[in-house]
Design a protein around this ligand. Structure first.
Ligand SMILES: NC(=O)c1ccc[n+]([C@@H]2O[C@H](COP(=O)([O-])OP(=O)(O)OC[C@H]3O[C@@H](n4cnc5c(N)ncnc54)[C@H](OP(=O)(O)O)[C@@H]3O)[C@@H](O)[C@H]2O)c1
Length: 243
């Protein structure tokens, strides 16, 4: 195992020193550098009873640390429907752009996202009913259309890049992550391997939806850390194409 380090149970000091290269990320044409962040059960699922309550406190602190370095943090509508989402960092100015991707625009207006102290963007398509778009705007979000039926993620990333974002963290869920993978837009994967086994039938896998056109991707591990309870934190580059 390369670069295996021990993290404390809370590990705040150690965590803060990790992955700081993301403050000066690789440059890409017309899009930010994009990393996915997920926690997965020991039996390979990313949802449990419809939510993501899988990891430990250290896993959450790692997520907060990654957020603190991101210019934008993005999730899909399915995740917003089950989890509060406001990716703010105490004392940071400006706060990161919070992005939610939704075809329907059918989002819970009481979600913390609508009170995020930074800019809040709902990326939707022309198929979103105008009344829903108006409700989202009324609740305090900026709403922008990026495609006829689906959100064109390349166009969305170009717009986010145009706002000066150099590093975007996508916190799922698996449908949105599957689409980023299919579009070969995801550069990195932060994957926490939790110690929990749920053996829950039909729970979500890391990527839902096909890799299109039929293809494969590979993870190339960059770092691996572990906490004393056995939870592991893996950072990998994603490589596309090839056999
Ligand atoms: N373990 C983890 O780290 C983790 C992380 C995140 C989420 N989760 C879990 O994952 C589950 C949710 O899964 P999910 O697959 O439903 O989540 P999701 O990917 O967050 O949401 C899917 C929804 O996002 C929208 N969407 C995604 N790509 C789109 C595109 N290209 N164009 C337009 N809309 C797009 C659609 O919204 P509309 O329905 O509005 O059209 C779609 O139904 C929850 O149980 C959550 O707790 C786990």
């Amino acid at each position: 195992m390369r670069d295996l380090a021990r993290l404390g149970e809370t590990g705040r000091d150690d965590l803060a020193s990790l992955h700081r290269d993301l403050l000066d990320p690789p440059a890409h044409a017309a899009r930010p550098h994009i990393a996915l962040n997920f926690v997965m059960t020991a039996d390979g699922r990313v949802s449990y009873r419809g939510r993501a309550e899988i990891g430990s406190r250290t896993d959450r602190q790692l997520m907060f640390h990654l957020r603190s370095m991101a210019g934008a943090v993005m999730i899909g509508a399915g995740t917003l429907r089950v989890d509060p989402f406001a990716p703010s960092t105490v004392g940071r100015d400006p706060q990161p752009l919070a992005v939610v991707v939704s075809r329907t625009g059918d989002l819970p207006l009481e979600n913390r996202f609508f009170r995020h102290p930074g800019p809040r963007l709902v990326a939707t398509s022309a198929s979103a009913p105008p009344a829903r778009v108006a409700a989202l705007r009324g609740a305090g979000a900026e709403v922008a259309v990026f495609g006829e039926t689906d959100v064109d993620l390349v166009a969305l990333m170009a717009a986010v890049h145009g706002r000066g974002v150099r590093f975007l963290l996508c916190e799922g869920g698996p449908t949105l992550a599957g689409q980023l993978l299919a579009a070969q837009l995801a550069d990195e994967l932060f994957l926490t391997h939790a110690t929990l086994i749920t053996a829950e039938p039909d729970a979500r896998r890391l990527f839902e939806g096909a890799l299109a056109p039929a293809g494969t991707a590979r993870v190339q591990r960059l770092t691996l850390h572990a906490s004393p309870d056995g939870e592991r934190y893996e950072r990998s580059a994603l490589r596309y194409g090839g056999p």
